[in-house]
Design a protein around this ligand. Sequence first.
Ligand code: PHE
Length: 445
Amino acid sequence: MNVARFSRIGFILAAAGSAVGLGNIWKFPYMTGESGGGAFVLIYLLTITFIGLSLFIAEVIMGKASRNDAVSTFEELAPRNKGLWKYAGFMIFTGMLILSFYLIVIGWILKYVFLSFTTLPSSGDAAGALFGGMISSDAFTQFAFFNLAFFITIWIVTRGIKKGIERVNLILMPILILILVALFFYAMSLDGFGKALEFLFLPNWDKIDATIILKAVGHAFFTLSLGMGTIMTYAASLPKEANIAKASASVAILDTAIALIAGVVIFSFMFNAGQNPAGGPGLVFISLPTVFASFGSLGNIFAISFFVALAFAGITSAVSIIEPTVLYMTSRFKYSRFKALLILGTITYILGVMALFSNVKDYASYLTFGGKGFFDILDFTSSSILLPLGGIIISIFVGFVMQKERVYSLLKESMSKNVFNLWYYCVKYLTPVAILIVMINKIFY
Ligand code: PHE
């Protein structure tokens, strides 16, 4: 299978575009806020370095070695039991579950881009009522913006790796980084800046407990887009001359830097206004708009920039969530991209609409199963079960199934023998064990 190749910077931007998403700017700050700050951040950083990055490199070598869709990759690279291992590639279908609710959140963000041009809510109550009202009773607005997010994403993917995905990332990623850096410089002038740094970087060890460690580990691989073949699929288009270790480290560093910058910006604004950092998932939709409102019309500019950056981050990830299944259908069944997306898009769309209505109070009862709304079921099943499972399968495949010499031959140009041994140890033992512990705890506690 001859997939199109990214340019070198194209691959790094596309992989970073996938990694940098709602996970960085929406989830990371609110999780840090809820988990008490510095200690959570430190564990997150350690996990990215030792577990996230190793798994990332594992996905990259698999994709690069086969230059094919994820299902064929497992099948081709398995020395034995090829027919069985190809089913491991079905992890790509996790993407449809993630995308259906991810697009709903991007829809909320797009709505907030428009809202940012108007008067922002100035009290917490008003902001809470506005956001809560949209989720639980304004199905029409949510549905309209969900459709917008859906069609933008599908349109980009229809255009393919070079003209769609690479080009969009080439434009959106630099703008996103510029906006965040500009907001960061402004945040430096605020009184809340010092407090934000302290909150994020001074570990208060008494806050550390098992749940916080588990959360940090789980988030580390969600944020790097691991465990469902996304990075594997993008790596199938890796340019020949790319240095795998360097490219992977660049993406992990960029992803982490953006999460930290977003965290500093958000908490500088929050502390400046004397707000509580533990606002939960509503942090950027409820607490932050009220802070922006206190800046008058300058606040509208902050709000527009922030939500546009968030929307861009979300869209470049959304595209990467569906691409693995598209490559699978185009390469194995020779479907056109359009036909593949018609099928995959329809299923995602139906799941998304069900998830959307499961939050709307008039319909919630029809879409709640075992006490959990459909939106939460999709989120939980994918993030807490399927992605970690995918991570374990990949680490076992690279650590135990592929021959060590083969793995080494794929990496020897980009790392020394000692670094390779450290990496191999992390992939083979540390990663599957750590993920297993996280999963068991998430499911049972
Ligand atoms: N990494 C993305 C984020 O942080 C989410 C994602 C998960 C993307 C899995 C692709 C695959 O928002």
